[in-house]
Ligand binder design. Sequence first.
Ligand SMILES: [Zn+2]
Length: 113
Amino acid sequence: MHELALSQGIIDVIRDQAAAQGFTTVKTVRLVIGTLSHVEPQAIAFGFDAVSRGTIAEGAVLDIERPPGQAFCLSCEKPVPLPERSAPCPDCGGHQLMVTGGEEMRVKELEVE
Ligand SMILES: [Zn+2]
């Protein structure tokens, strides 16, 4: 399961940070999961709950940011919102779009003790 592997990746990041910074408890994990990424926030929350057991991140609250999709339209020569990956430009209806935002999936911040 894709999301379980990603959740494990988040735990690995936390473990590395804990080793580097010396904290022992994680209260909140702030994630950024773009709306165009192929990641389900609910599946991440479920996977995280499972893989965090017995780690310093057990019981941590997941705070998930969902930045919207964004693209640069080559026809309009300006940035436009992109609700889904295959959507046309909302202004000109064209498909000459370069995705510029909303695909990210990363750990933004850890609130620790
Ligand atoms: Zn356009």
